[in-house]
Design a protein around this ligand. Structure first.
Ligand code: 3H9
Length: 676
């Protein structure tokens, strides 16, 4: 796990623990031994700590937080490195994260390759840097810069690290070891971060902290407390304060939830039962059919990943609008500093807008993103079958429609798959990869890989109406409208969700998506509340009016007009208005989703509960600090969920049934997750 070598008078300790050089207990033990060996060796004048592979270290091993107390601990190792009598130099390349950066901070000097990224992302795991990071970093780079890194987990480039004083030297990627050896040879003494004076408290500290402290993450508050300790307490006392805060966070519900999220997002891309060695198709060129908001957003992902895109439309005007939209989004990214001008230019060059359907014949992956009409989709798949390359993957971005039916329009159903992006497709991280009855393993494996390559988190779903995410959404939206008719206020319904941490309630979500989805505009038929709103021109945020009125800044304000529409509907349907409790709203708009998720799992539509958590966190903004809907449901307790659903059973309509798996969990005192 580590190798030890000596070049002239320089000892080289190399961390070699693939895939990410996590600093687990046994590695820490080996490093302690190696430092002792180098210190005792009279022929060694300085010590390099570097790493094999593509990165320096991802930090402490997250799987090992539950290891017994007497195991060799990272803080002990780092203190040992810092107290070493010979100069110790960290040689950093690639990612240097969490405990990995803390180890580097314990070294006396740091040299970084230009490709390095240095970060303390513990806060995102519900933790704080617990191996001295909160005490050493502020001493090195000052309070405000340290707060930015520690309280947000945001990384800094090697160049920025140099300007902050976080590293002492930069080197080209392939020269960093040679330069580190030279640097080590020139050093005559040690320089310990713990000996630096405490950081000065800046006059604008409170203003600087304020935005961070609004976070829902308890870890952010703890980070702020630890950084304060760095300024106010002697080093050793600050370390003790950090350790106590770390222990407290480690036991917290949020930390367990956020670590669940970390592993859930990585597990989601894995398909159960797939052979370990599977041949993936190569994807050199992508075709996108439809240059609307969705198609353009999808195209941007591939362009930014360096993959050429043929964007096809039937008419020149929408094609031009799509290309202009893409250009606008790329330019905005440059102005916001998210993209360099060079990256923008390269992405733009890779776009080929076309009116010729036949151009898709060059593409390895073709994604249709036209409107949700099965007959249009069937026609597209028939035409694609006739012209696409033999190995091409034919994908639909449908949100609801049947992938198997589309596959049946081709003579190659094994090549047909769903790739359901979420809007805005260039921003949202989620892609549901829909497995049709005959989709081949090779096609699925390729889709998992290519969606990861464009920076997305793919989740496998079987075919059903709405797949995983939207299927859970539908009963939630139905119940929200029904609750409105029964007497709940619009704001009351939505606030139950926002209090849970969701970015918006169900009625705000209808406004965002468009009240007119499913509206029979041509016949102006009014069958439900949404239709009635549409008939008054209240189409949602896009018309500045839906369930709410919206001002210029899209702030939702309750609408009196909607109140009277609801009133009229209530009277027509002879529904008696009553007082509705928040408890009822949570059961009918949230517990009902948990029930749907249980059915989704029973039917094998989702592979595992954690995939459902990922879909709702990344597709719908479910709060990460609660671990996703099913992690949250396990915390609430399945028996409470079942009892709630029983209590309001009559509200859910005649076809409603409580998932048998929920009833079994209740009977066995189990849940979606077993608690360790
Ligand atoms: C810490 O340091 C606490 C200290 O302050 C105090 C201690 C007292 N541990 O993401 P990938 C696994 S807390 C264990 O797909 P990439 C990951 O699960 C730590 N395992 O690769 C996956 O496993 P599998 C603070 C880890 O190239 C495999 O490695 N550090 C760890 O897309 C590949 O990962 C962080 O929060 C870990 N620390 O991204 C950094 N990290 O193959 C967390 C990864 O079975 N890590 N694995 O699915 C990352 O951000 C990314 O993994 C990284 C690589 C950028 C490094």
């Amino acid at each position: 796990m580590i190798t030890y070598a000596q070049t002239d008078a320089i000892a080289q300790i190399v961390i070699d623990n693939p895939p990410v050089n996590a600093l687990g207990v046994s590695l820490v033990g080996e490093l302690l031994d190696a430092i002792a060996r180098a210190e005792q060796d009279g022929k060694v004048s300085a010590i390099l700590i570097r790493a094999a592979g593509r990165l320096f270290s991802a930090g402490a091993d997250i799987n090992e937080f539950k290891k017994p107390e007497d195991a060799p601990r990272l803080p002990t190792l780092i203190d040992r490195i810092e107290s070493c009598s010979k100069p110790v130099i960290a040689v950093i390349h690639g990612q240097c994260l969490g405990g990995g950066l803390e180890l580097a901070l314990g070294c006396h000097y740091r040299i970084a390759a230009r490709n390095a990224n240095l970060a303390l992302p513990e806060v995102q795991l519900g933790l704080l840097p617990g191996a001295g990071g909160t005490q050493r970093l502020p001493r090195l780079i000052g309070m405000n810069a340290a707060i930015n890194m520690i309280a947000t987990g945001t990384g800094v480039s090697a160049e920025k690290a140099l300007s902050l004083g976080l590293v002492d030297r930069l080197a080209d990627d392939d020269a960093v070891i040679v330069e580190a050896l030279e640097f080590a040879g020139s050093l005559t003494g040690v320089r310990r971060t713990c000996d630096l004076p405490p950081p000065a408290i800046p006059s604008d500290l409170d203003a600087h902290l304020a935005p961070h402290l609004q976070s829902h993450f308890d870890s952010v508050q703890a980070c702020a407390a630890a950084i304060h300790a760095a300024a106010e307490l002697p080093f050793m006392e600050g370390m003790a304060r950090e350790a106590a805060l770390f222990e407290e966070l480690l036991q917290s519900d949020q930390a367990r939830a956020l670590q669940h999220v970390f592993f859930a997002e990585r597990k989601a891309a894995k398909i159960e039962g797939l052979p370990a060695k599977i041949e993936r198709h190569s994807v050199e060129r992508v075709g996108v059919i439809g240059a609307g908001t969705m198609g353009s957003g999808i195209a941007i992902n591939f362009l930014l990943a360096g993959i050429p895109v043929t964007l096809v439309e039937t008419n020149a005007a929408p094609l031009q609008r799509g290309a202009d939209g893409i250009a606008r989004i790329l330019a905005t990214s440059v102005s916001k500093g998210r993209l360099t001008e060079d990256q923008r230019a390269k992405a733009t060059d890779l776009l080929n807008p076309s009116l010729a359907f036949d151009d898709l014949g060059q593409c390895d992956l073709i994604i249709e993103a036209v409107f949700e009409d099965m007959s249009v989709k069937l026609d597209i798949f028939r035409r694609l079958d006739a012209l696409a390359k033999p190995n091409a993957i034919l994908a639909s971005n449908t949100s609801f429609l049947d992938i198997n039916e589309m596959a049946s329009a081709t003579a190659r159903p094994e090549a047909v798959v769903g790739l359901h992006f979420f809007s805005p497709a260039n921003v949202m991280k989620l892609v549901e990869v829909i497995r049709g009855d005959q989709t081949s393993n090779e096609v699925l494996a390729t889709c998992m890989k290519i969606t990861q390559r464009i920076g997305k988190v793919p989740v496998l779903s079987g075919v059903c109406h709405g797949f995983i995410g939207n299927r859970m959404l539908l009963p939630r939206l139905e119940q929200a409208k029904q609750l409105l008719l029964e007497g709940a206020a619009i704001t009351q319904i939505d606030e139950v969700s926002t209090r849970l941490g969701l970015p918006m309630g169900p009625l705000q979500m209808i406004d965002l998506a468009g009240v007119d989805i499913g509206w029979h505009r041509d016949v102006n038929r009014i069958e439900n509340l949404n239709d009635a709103l549409c008939a008054r021109g209240r189409l949602g945020q896009k018309s500045s009016a839906g369930y709410y009125d919206y001002d210029d800044r899209r702030k939702p304000v309750p609408s009196t007009e909607v109140g009277s529409i609801v009133e009229q509907f209530r009277n027509d349907a002879a529904i008696e208005r009553r007082t509705i409790s928040d408890d009822e709203i949570i059961v009918r708009t949230v517990y009902v989703m948990i029930n749907e998720a249980a059915l989704i799992l029973e039917e094998g539509i989702a592979q595992r509960p954690s995939d459902i958590d990922v879909v709702w966190m990344l597709g719908f903004g479910w709060p990460r600090w609660t671990g996703g809907p099913l992690w949250w449901a396990s915390e609430v307790g399945v028996s409470s969920i079942v009892a709630g659903l029983e209590r309001y059973r009559s509200s859910f309509g005649p076809d409603f049934r409580i998932a048998s798996s929920l009833l079994k969990f209740e009977a066995d005192s189990q849940s979606f997750y077993s608690r360790g």
